[in-house]
Design a protein around this ligand. Structure first.
Ligand code: AHR
Length: 565
């Protein structure tokens, strides 16, 4: 389906009206007519951008692990000890920092012992599929090693006792060989470390990031915040420790913007002052593909109005973050370490229609619209990198908001992959505030409540009326204070935005850029056309009086690298 000129004009006219109302400047310092201004404020630092906000997630679900990640060592598909080589290469290409596993909802029915050693019992898995358990803890750790990323494990809180969690930590982290003890007993080998060594990995996995359950308000046990707080305390009251650096425990947080969950959870947790190592609060926010129903709508067929509406609803990730941050601040107790947000599931979730095949449950296509949502979301995380420590897109391959699609020997990256790659220069940088001024886009479907949810719970949020006409984020390079990265999303379907870019207190001497933009917002890659959507060098303009006048094409994601004089 093509976006019609009339629909685009309708939006442009409304946007122009808003611009007039806001009285934005239309002329730059150089008297060139511009549509927008970006002012970067290096004197207003936000925080260092943790590379972990570009993390990933895989689950035993549909074709994510089996076929997507794991093809088996005997497969004709190129693999490294059974792991699909193109999966490893692609994750390396985006320098994946952290990979979350085994779920998701799958985690709370999963016994980690089923996936170790030579005998692997096949079991019923959460997503109505048999799990052969061929892919288990060691295979996951080998995947992380091959990628060069850290593992993030989600513990089973619904169906296993806390002791299994302690022993999973011990199995992963106990050192090999004789372990000295603090007691009068002599050193001797830890039995679980010995078992791990017998299963092929003498060296500890050193997992420091642990999710204590998943969506405990839904598939993770249908608990109240008070019930979950009691479980969290039990699971973390004691854990084996092999390092001076405390483990990072992540508590189950809200579904979307459910601040009531967070308020009650923290109140219950603080009711007992022994609150060991609560490091992060998990937040899940999915953007439904449909304005009226959760996890519905078509990934490939959508109207201009639906385009703007989806991006508007996706943009409330910002509200979800700030709402939860202030809720945590309201319940915080003096002297307690600041708990960070861990947005470990996010993405646009569509209904059935574009799956690779029926057994690839929740697989979906991914277009330029999803690339724009990726840019908008990563920019939000960067603007709030003082609050968001980790974020993981759901899920890496053959699933909701994937970077890759694979079926047998067929493989392609999606437009979302390209955005992750284009945002690499931000990682480790110093985020600084940047002001974007242009007309906002009225959300054509703003009269409806926003469907929100996950696999096991849906609700609704208050409607949002406008979408930023231009948004993005800026950071200073960690290695070169004269180099800035600016990422920008222009969501207009038919309107290039000529934009004046200025840096307060500094002048730009030159800049380069990369842009992802297609004529048709529905453009996507598939197995027959894996390069249909890919970035290209941005057309740059001359610098005038230390400012750049850059044109952001319609429906585009752009990365600019600005060199300061
Ligand atoms: O990512 C798919 C599912 O969405 C996850 O298993 C669950 O945590 C969420 O509801």
């Amino acid at each position: 389906m093509k976006i019609t000129r009339r629909a685009a004009l309708k939006t442009t006219t409304l946007a122009a009206a808003t611009l007039a109302l806001r009285g934005s400047r239309l002329f730059s310092q150089s008297s060139t007519q511009v549509d927008a201004h970006i002012e970067i404020l290096p004197a207003e630092p936000i925080a260092t951008i943790s590379p972990e906000i570009y993390s990933h997630f895989i689950e035993q679900l549909g074709g994510v692990v089996y076929d997507g990640v794991w093809v088996g060592p005997d497969s004709k598909i190129p693999n490294v000890n059974g792991i699909r080589k193109s999966f490893i290469d692609t994750m390396r290409a985006v320098q994946a920092p952290v990979l979350r596993w085994p779920g998701g909802c799958f985690a709370d029915s999963y016994d980690w012992r089923d996936g170790i050693g030579p005998r692997r019992p096949a079991r019923a898995g959460f997503w109505s599929q048999q799990d052969s358990n061929q892919y288990g803890l060691h295979e996951f750790m080998h995947t992380c090693r091959a990628i060069g990323c850290k593992p993030y494990l989600a513990a089973d809180v619904r169906s296993l006792p806390a002791r299994d969690f302690y022993q999973e930590i011990e199995y992963c982290n106990a050192p090999a060989g004789n372990v000295p003890s603090n007691s009068a007993a002599p050193s001797f080998p830890n039995a679980l470390a010995a078992q791990r060594a017998a299963n092929g990995d003498p060296e500890p996995f050193n997992v420091d990031l642990w999710g204590v359950g998943n969506e405990s308000w839904g598939c993770g046990g249908n608990m109240t915040p008070e019930e979950y707080a009691a479980e969290f305390r039990k699971f973390t009251a004691w854990t084996p420790s092999y390092s001076r650096t405390p483990l990072r425990f992540v508590a189950v947080g809200p579904n979307g913007d459910d601040v009531d969950w967070t308020r009650r959870l923290f109140k219950s947790l603080y009711a007992n002052s022994e609150r060991r190592h609560l490091w992060g609060l998990s937040v899940h926010y999915y953007t439904s593909g449909s304005p009226t129903k959760f996890a519905d709508g078509d990934a490939l067929k959508f109207t201009p109005d639906e385009h703007y509406d989806l991006l508007t609803r996706g943009s409330i990730m910002e509200r979800v973050i700030t709402d939860h941050w202030s809720t945590m601040a309201q319940t915080a107790e003096p002297g307690q370490p600041q708990v960070k947000l861990v947005v470990d599931e996010w993405g646009a979730w569509y209904g059935k229609g574009t799956q690779l095949a029926p057994e690839y449950n929740l697989s979906q296509q991914s277009t330029m619209r999803d690339a724009l949502l990726t840019g908008i979301t990563l920019d939000i995380f960067q603007r709030h990198c003082d609050k968001v420590a980790v974020a993981a897109v759901a899920q890496s391959i053959n699933c909701i908001h994937s970077l890759m699609l694979a079926q047998g020997d067929k493989f392609t990256v999606t437009p979302t992959f390209h955005v992750f790659q284009m945002y690499l220069p931000h990682r480790g940088g110093q985020a600084v505030r940047a002001e974007f001024s242009t007309a906002a886009i009225p959300n054509p479907m703003a009269n409806q409540p926003i469907p929100a949810g996950g696999n096991s719970y849906t609700g609704s949020l208050e409607a949002v009326k406008t979408l930023a006409g231009l948004s993005g984020s800026a950071s200073i390079s960690p290695t070169n204070p004269k180099l800035m990265t600016l990422t920008v999303v222009n969501p207009h379907l038919d309107k290039p935005l000529t934009t004046e870019i200025a840096i307060a207190g500094a002048t730009i001497s030159s800049y380069t850029g990369t842009v992802l933009a297609e004529q048709d917002i529905h453009a996507h890659n598939d197995f027959a056309h894996p390069d249909a959507v890919k970035p290209r060098p941005a057309t740059t303009a001359a610098i005038t009086a230390g400012r750049a006048i850059h044109t952001f094409p319609p429906a585009s994601v752009t990365t600019l690298q600005l060199t300061l004089a």
